[in-house]
Write a protein that binds this ligand. Sequence first.
Ligand SMILES: Nc1ncnc2c1ncn2[C@@H]1O[C@H](COP(=O)(O)OP(=O)(O)OP(=O)(O)O)[C@@H](O)[C@H]1O
Ligand SMILES: [Mg+2]
Length: 311
Amino acid sequence: MTQGTAFAEWAPLSATVDPVLVISVSSLKGGVGKTSVALGLASAAYNRGLPTLVVDMDPQADASTGLDVPVTTPLDIADVLAAPRTKIISQAIVPSGWSGDAAGALDVIPGSPRAAEFDRPTLSERYLRRLSEALTTVADDYRVVIVDCPPSMNGLTRAAWMASQRVAVVTEPGLFSVAAADRALRAIAELRRRGAPDLQPLGIVPNRVRTKSREHEYRIEEMRDMFGPLVLSPPIPERTVLQQAQGSARPIHAWPGKIAGDLAGAFDTLLDRALRTSTMRSRTPRSAPEAGGSEQGEQPPAAPGQAADHR
Ligand SMILES: Nc1ncnc2c1ncn2[C@@H]1O[C@H](COP(=O)(O)OP(=O)(O)OP(=O)(O)O)[C@@H](O)[C@H]1O
Ligand SMILES: [Mg+2]
C-alpha cells in the first residue's frame, strides 16, 4: 500500500478551521452499534465538559431515548430539515436528560419518525444541505456535534455527511465487515467529491468485539490488512453494562464499575482521535504523518479504492 497516495485521497480540499467538529456515526448495516458509539462519544464529550450537540437523524430515534429526551418534543429533526430557520432550530434543541451527571452542556435535536420522509435515495441537493445550514446557525455554541445516522445511504445519511467533517464507520467483526466498511468508505469518498470537500473518514470502529474470540481477532486483523490505520484502536468490546447504561438512559461515564470505566476510556480515546485529527486539517497532504508518530491516529488513512485492490 502506498501511504502517500492513500493520504492524498483524504487530504483536505479546503483548509478552513471550523470551531465546531461535526462527526457522523454511520454504517450502511443495521444494528452494528452506531447509536451505542454515538452515545459513547457524547458521554465522553459531556464528561469532559465540551459543549456538545447530538443530532438524531435516525427515524427510530434510539439516540434520543438513550439521551433521556422526552418521547415527543414540540419540534424535532423533521422540522429542522423542513425549514432550517434559526427560530425553529433553537426551539428544536432540547437539553439531554443526562444533565447533572457531569459539568458539561449536552443538547439534542431529537429524532422523529417524520424524518423518514427525507430518507429518499434521490433527495434533492436543496434538502441534502439542510442539516449543514442548520448547524451553521449554532456552530458557535458547540465544540462537538455528533450525528447518529440511520442504517442506509439514503437522504438522511447523506445530509448528515454533507454537514460533517468526520464519519466514524461502525462495524462488527464478521464475515462481511470488510465489505461493509469498504462500501461505507467508498460512499464517503464519493460524497466528498460531490459537494462535501471537508468530509473524511474518522476511521472504522470495530464494535461488540469479544476479547477472547479468535474469530473476532482474525476479522480485525483482516480489516487492518485492508484498511491499515483507518481501523481504530481500541476496539469497543461487547459488554452488558453498555446495554444497562443505555437501558437506564445514563452516560457510560457515570456508570459504576471497572468494566464501565474501561468502556468509557475506549470512547475517550475515540473522541481524542476525532479532536486531534480535526486540528490537523490545515496540514498539507504529504507532510501530515509525523515521523515517529506512534499512534495510529497520526498516520495516513488508507484509501478505500486501494483497500478493494487488495481483496
Ligand atoms: N459494545 C456493545 N456491547 C454490548 N451491547 C452492544 C454493544 N454495542 C451495541 N450493543 C447493543 O446492540 C444493540 C444494537 O446496537 P445499536 O442500537 O447501537 O446499533 P445501531 O447500529 O444503532 O442499530 P440501528 O441500525 O437499528 O440504528 C443494542 O441493544 C445495543 O445495546
Ligand atoms: Mg441506531
